[in-house]
Design a binder for this molecule. Sequence first.
Ligand code: AMP
Length: 224
Amino acid sequence: MNSNKECVLKNRAVVFFGPPGVGKGTITTRMAKEFGCRTISSGDLLRENVKGGTDLGSQAKKFMDVGVLVPDQLVTRMVMAGMEKTDGCVFLDGFPRTIVQAEELAAYLKKRNWELLVIDLEADDRFLLARLTNRLICRDCGAIYHRINLTPKKEGVCDVCGGGLYQRADDHPDVVATRLSVYHQQSAPLRDYYQKLDLMATLRGDTLLDETLAAVRKVLTNIQ
Ligand code: AMP
């Protein structure tokens, strides 16, 4: 996603880190508009590749369908290609998810002489399971709804653009359980990794959206 506003976070990558369903996508999109930063979402890019029937898409699909991680090399190459198109600042949603990916990112940022900040959003599994299995997404504009907490005005229809709403295949309960366990085993160790480097701010992702946005905004404003 691109923004026309001038980027106010110079020479910096901000990683939005956290378990599936914590709100990384929504928060990154909202903050990118406010701060004029381009966003790279590894999940969105992979889904675009699957939809477009690319070679990468067909390789990634079998992993995504069952809720496990796509191999590091495939994802890293795709994200780095996107990073090449950025200047000024970038928000990363869903990348890195492994130590190998984090090391690749660090090496890339070092070459560009960019700083890194990680915003770690946390919530417990029960909350995430309830959120993900009730999530509905607009096929056309990507707006996110919830069957109980954030219902569209007309059932099955997006308030923003009138597009049809659908449930992501990997938001079905059995796949969500796998995604959460993959997060704990393969991605959560990154919290220690970034904490040791003193690059991370941890915030609650299970508060009201406006409260989480305010907390994120405060962190981003303070680093400018
Ligand atoms: P997301 O939309 O971020 O929940 O990602 C959906 C799926 O895409 C994940 O369950 C993974 O299969 C894959 N994926 C997204 N980002 C990554 C990543 N950084 N590393 C490996 N797999 C990823």
